[in-house]
Write a protein that binds this ligand. Structure first.
Ligand code: FES
Length: 107
């Protein structure tokens, strides 16, 4: 199982930050989007399922939606589910565990 460890202060409140799972070769690293929303940390697939572009610069709405900056697909921050297209596939959701100041994300 691959794990990513991040300090919680690296994910400011109401923000989305892209990180990578560690891998032996740099090109094998898998991106993951960590989202600090409503006092919780969520971890989702980092690239939009429409055209595979990064969601990091997208918008996080007050009611927990991630809006892709490229063509406007909308995803639920808590589940990764598609709420509006053009994306058709949900974002993969990763497990998150908090240990003190550390956020541990696993596949
Ligand atoms: S890449 Fe996200 S909606 Fe097209």
């Amino acid at each position: 199982m691959t794990c990513l460890k991040v300090k919680s202060k690296e994910i400011p409140k109401n923000s989305m930050v892209e990180f990578y799972f560690p891998a032996e070769r740099p090109w094998e690293r898998k991106p993951v989007l960590l989202i600090n929303f409503d006092e919780e940390i969520y971890a989702l697939e980092a690239f939009c399922t429409h055209n595979g572009l990064s969601l990091e610069d997208g918008f996080l709405t007050e009611d927990g939606r991630i809006v892709c900056p490229w063509h406007g697909s909308v995803f639920d921050v808590k589940t990764g589910k598609v709420l509006d297209g053009p994306a058709k596939r949900d974002l993969k959701k990763y497990n998150v565990k908090i240990e003190g100041e550390e956020v541990i994300v696993s596949e």
